[in-house]
Design a protein around this ligand. Structure first.
Ligand SMILES: *[C@@H]1O[C@H](CO)[C@@H](O)[C@H](O)[C@H]1NC(C)=O
Ligand SMILES: *[C@@H]1O[C@H](CO)[C@@H](O)[C@H](O)[C@H]1NC(C)=O
Length: 245
């Protein structure tokens, strides 16, 4: 385009300097033509500018398109990560639940409660008959959890649970020999031997009782009953927590 304008201008210059040309009264037309050409030249330059800007826009659009593609790609990536995260969250929740269960189970297996005692911790004891029929086992072999009180003879359940309880009684036949396992004032199981002529007797028994925390179990003599013990440990009372409930 520029080249064409240059050519035209050159042609007009030639016409203008031709001898006699101006004298023909065409001078105004030539000036006019020059103005027009100048205008065309300016328009052409503007057009070039516009074309340049058009190219800039296309480059911008391409950049924008690339950005849109990138954003779309990243969104897909984020969606994928979100899904993965959800899956992991579910697995984490399941693991948390499992850990809670295990914790509860280990807490259930937690309390350690066991005791064992015999009646005499010094010399011989003939206990009964008497009005205070409670047997107080003085010689404590074990008392994990401190449920057993050697001052009262009472085992107080520290936690709700199933407890294994056993006892053994020994005595001579001058009186009823035996004892009763009591729970909160109510008899549960017992041993019993009538007075007889065969010298001495022993008896034992055991039970699994469901106790609530605070329940009290202890041993009592029968009315007119008597038991004997010495350091051989004939008359005993033992128990332990099987498992909490
Ligand atoms: C930009 O994307 C649009 C729509 O997909 C398309 O029509 C256009 O040709 C693209 N432009 C460039 C410069 O790639
Ligand atoms: C995981 O547990 C949390 C908290 O309890 C809860 O908000 C979320 O919805 C759970 N997620 C799944 C995937 O189960």
């Amino acid at each position: 385009m520029e080249l064409k304008v240059m050519c035209l201008l050159t042609l007009l210059e030639l016409l203008f300097v031709e001898p006699g040309f101006g004298q023909r009264g065409d001078i105004d037309i030539i000036e006019l033509m020059k103005d027009k050409l100048e205008l065309i030249k300016k328009l052409d330059e503007k057009l070039k500018g516009v074309e340049g800007r058009q190219n800039d826009f296309e480059a911008l659009e391409a950049k924008l398109n690339a950005t849109v593609d990138e954003v779309t790609r990243q969104k897909a990536e984020v969606d994928k990560l979100k899904k993965e995260n959800e899956g992991l969250q579910m697995r984490l929740n399941a693991t948390d639940e499992e850990i809670d269960k295990l914790k509860q189970n280990s807490a259930k297996g937690g309390p350690q409660i066991a005791f064992s005692a015999s009646l005499s911790n010094f010399g011989e004891i003939y206990k009964g008959p008497c009005t205070d029929k409670a047997l107080i086992f003085k010689r404590v072999f074990s008392n994990t959890g401190n449920g057993y009180d050697p001052n009262t003879g009472i085992f107080t359940a520290p936690v709700n649970g199933l407890y294994f309880l056993s006892f053994s009684t020994y005595g001579y036949n001058t009186h009823v020999m035996g004892a009763i396992l009591m729970k909160n004032g109510v008899s549960q199981i017992s041993t019993y031997e009538y007075p007889s002529s065969d010298g001495s007797d022993s008896g034992s028994n055991a039970v699994v009782l469901q106790l609530a925390a605070g329940d009290k179990v202890y041993m009592e003599l029968w009315d007119n009953g008597r038991v004997f013990d010495n350091m051989n440990g004939h008359t005993t009372f033992s128990g332990f927590l099987l498992f909490p409930v």
